[in-house]
Design a protein around this ligand. Structure first.
Ligand SMILES: Nc1ncnc2c1ncn2[C@@H]1O[C@H](COP(=O)(O)OP(=O)(O)OP(=O)(O)O)[C@@H](O)[C@H]1O
Length: 306
């Protein structure tokens, strides 16, 4: 394997409702102006993105730039985590945000501005964060990795609706939430966190690493990206009216103090859906399926420019 000092830039042309494609000429010019030596690739879909990352790692690339939103970064991370050529923490990723929610960058205080984001990458300073691994029980699907937040229930439902409304920008998530109020049904679940077993009628179960999701909502208590622990919130049988009353608390983070929300910290969580109605599972805002899951943490497996 050759050692390559060149950067590998992946661009999702569809992210940010086409912003990825529209902004590429400007980004390309800026990268050249800042003397980045790079190869670039426009992704075709999720799998294509993962495959090109694996191919590039195989070619010896160790420095990547993700031009897209949270979904693109999620796919880049999945490409890195599912290769076994080199240790994942030796591969560094920079982000140029052109997505809709761009939630992951908020935690790491990476500016939502193309030129400033390029300056961050150029500084060459990296840090490590934990990665979550989700296995769908009773399925032969490969594990899915996440770096922001995964959830099951109402938030999965919102993700399943949001893609139609991406042209509304970050408001798409708020709109999806309001839409969910009319049709989402709470479900029975059995969650195991360490020695605790929580059986409840549930609105959603969230497993977080970073602070923001759903276009700026704060749904976990004290997330820390590199403490080797997930920040978990279980929102029990909260009714529709109660959600409406608490919409602001979803954004300011005080929802975790609601009497029907319990919070936990652990490096592992098993979720069994004991209901006939199986809610959607989302990871970093991407739908990954339905059913029971086992989630574990891989400490400091992801290296990023900040
Ligand atoms: N060429 C492509 N055509 C269609 N979809 C693509 C393509 N390349 C990647 N994708 C998919 O596009 C989806 C959206 O990308 P991304 O999440 O980066 O943008 P976004 O949804 O606008 O931003 P955010 O997630 O921050 O709200 C992802 O699910 C990704 O798998």
């Amino acid at each position: 394997m050759a050692i390559i000092n060149t950067w590998f830039v992946v661009i999702n042309p569809t992210s940010g409702n086409g912003l990825g494609k529209r902004k590429w000429p400007k980004i390309e010019a800026l990268l050249k102006q800042h003397q980045f030596n790079f190869d670039h690739y426009f992704t075709k879909d999720e799998n294509d993105c993962k495959k090109i990352i694996q191919f590039a790692v195989n070619q010896g690339f160790k420095n990547f730039i993700s031009v897209g939103g949270d979904g693109t970064l999620h796919n880049v991370v999945n490409g890195i985590m599912s290769q076994n050529i080199i240790a994942t923490n030796l591969i560094n990723v920079g982000v140029i945000p052109v997505g809709t929610g761009n939630d992951w960058i908020k935690t790491h205080k990476i500016p939502n501005n193309i030129e400033k984001a390029i300056n961050i990458i150029k500084k060459g300073q990296t840090s490590l964060q934990d990665v979550g691994e989700i296995k769908l029980v009773k399925s032969n699907k490969k594990p899915v990795y996440f770096i922001n937040l995964a959830g099951i229930g109402f938030d999965g439902y919102v993700v399943s609706k949001v893609y139609k409304y991406k042209h509304l920008g970050a408001l798409a998530y708020l709109y999806g939430t309001l839409l969910g109020l009319f049709s989402f049904k709470n479900f029975l679940s059995k969650t195991t966190i360490g020695s605790e077993v929580i059986e409840a009628k549930t609105l959603m179960i969230l497993v977080g690493l970073c602070q923001y999701s759903g276009g700026g909502m704060q749904l976990t208590k004290t997330p820390n990206t590199s403490d080797g622990l997930f920040d978990i919130s279980i929102a029990k049988n909260i009714g529709k009216l109660d959600i409406i009353k608490n919409v602001l608390r979803l954004f300011n983070g005080s929802i975790v103090n609601h009497k029907k929300v319990s919070t936990y910290k652990n490096d592992m969580i098993n979720i069994e859906i004991t209901d006939n109605h199986k809610p959607y599972i989302q990871a970093d805002g991407e739908l990954i399926g339905k059913g029971d899951i086992e989630v574990k943490i891989i400490p400091k497996a992801f290296s990023y420019y900040y």
